[in-house]
Ligand binder design. Structure first.
Ligand code: FES
Length: 114
């Protein structure tokens, strides 16, 4: 079982509502989104359809529309919505002292399941 590996990805104030910030960890692109209601979510920044950059999509509530073919991906589960199927990995997010931390330990767990 993998343990949590929290990394600091930047200041909370740098992620406005309905926007995302992207970073790369161990060659894996990760997007941190702030939904319109202020909640933060982190996903591997690859659409489950053909790998589109979800961080460049448009946010609707707690979902993002992929910029390539408009699949709708849940920020909460990483799953495609509607008739589409597939899932991208979700990562835990925490805010401490105004900094955003993402648990990249889940990347090891996702790789182990693949
Ligand atoms: S790559 Fe995202 S919808 Fe096709």
């Amino acid at each position: 079982m993998s343990r949590a590996i929290w990394i600091d990805v930047g200041a909370e104030a740098e992620i406005p509502a309905r926007a995302a910030r992207r970073f790369v960890f161990a060659e894996t692109p990760i997007a941190v989104f702030r939904a319109g209601d202020g909640m933060l979510f982190a996903l591997v920044d690859r659409c489950p359809h053909k790998g589109g950059p979800l961080s460049e999509g448009i946010l609707h509530g707690r979902a993002v529309a992929c910029p390539l073919h408009n699949w709708i991906i849940s920020l909460e589960t990483g799953a495609a919505q509607g008739a589409d199927s597939g899932c991208t990995t979700t990562l835990a997010v925490a805010v401490r002292c105004g900094r955003v931390f993402v648990d990249v330990g889940a990347l090891d767990r996702a790789a182990a399941r693949a």
